[in-house]
Unconditional design. Structure first.
Length: 143
């Protein structure tokens, strides 16, 4: 029996709230960079990650032109979705987009406090178009 998710299942899972692990070839050649990130995704859309424009993560994404993101559920039955593709847009992150992402992970009160405590300047959003997907849903083992 296949444990692979259908397109609908993988997109629904990725749209859920998970801390993702972003992986990208390192711009400094030291090795791949893998870091936990907040992300936003709507089925059929781009995978969006906001970071500081001067960060190591931003430099690596710019140099590689692509990244991968893995989202997982660590509770049994285990599930994960990994998606990889090119960055199609890099632009300044709007206040509203930053607030929406912070509220997604911290709730309304925590998200508002987070954005208030972290100035807007220098925050960018990378939008990645999904080209390659890997998925596992262990709940399908017992079918």
């Amino acid at each position: 029996m296949s444990v692979t998710m259908s397109r609908e299942e993988r997109e629904r899972f990725l749209a859920g709230v998970h801390v993702g692990v972003l992986s990208v070839a390192s711009a400094d050649g030291v090795g791949p960079l893998a870091v936990p990130v907040w992300y936003a995704y709507q089925p059929g859309g781009t995978v969006n990650v906001i970071t500081g424009s001067g960060t190591r993560k931003a430099a690596a994404i710019r140099a590689a032109g692509r990244f991968s993101l893995c989202a997982q559920d660590e509770r049994p039955p285990y599930k994960y979705v990994t998606v990889e593709g090119p960055v199609t847009i890099e632009e300044e992150a709007s206040h509203d987009e930053r607030l929406e992402l912070a509220r997604r992970y911290l709730g309304p009160e925590g998200g508002d406090a987070y954005v208030s405590a972290n100035p807007t300047g220098g925050q960018i959003v990378f939008r990645m178009s999904a080209e390659h997907w890997l998925t596992v849903d262990q709940s399908k083992v017992n079918g």
